[in-house]
Design a protein. Structure first.
Length: 92
């Protein structure tokens, strides 16, 4: 399971409720990229999910930070390398 949260300009956002069409499409695209990137990580129903916080001052300058149970973070490190935090290139 994967939990994605957005924090843009210090505000928590849900892309589904953003009025600006370009911002909404960009954030939904970023969420899809993150889901694809971490699709190989398996989390059982009994574990807390892998949490990905996508944040930045605006949608053009985003990065992600991972959080979750140590066993899940170990799986990320084993399969994808030490990527606790990473930049997200301008999406669109």
């Amino acid at each position: 399971m994967l939990e994605i949260q957005f924090e843009i300009g210090g505000r928590k956002l849900d892309p589904c409720f953003i009025g600006d069409g370009i911002e909404k499409v960009t954030l939904l695209h970023v969420a899809r990229l993150i889901r694809e990137k971490f699709s190989i990580i398996r989390v059982t129903d009994r574990q807390d999910p892998l949490k990905v916080l996508i944040k930045g001052e605006d949608v053009e300058h985003l990065h992600y930070e991972l959080d979750g149970p140590q066993v899940v973070l170990d799986q990320v490190r084993d399969k994808l390398g030490n990527i606790q935090r990473g930049e997200i290139p301008a999406a669109i």
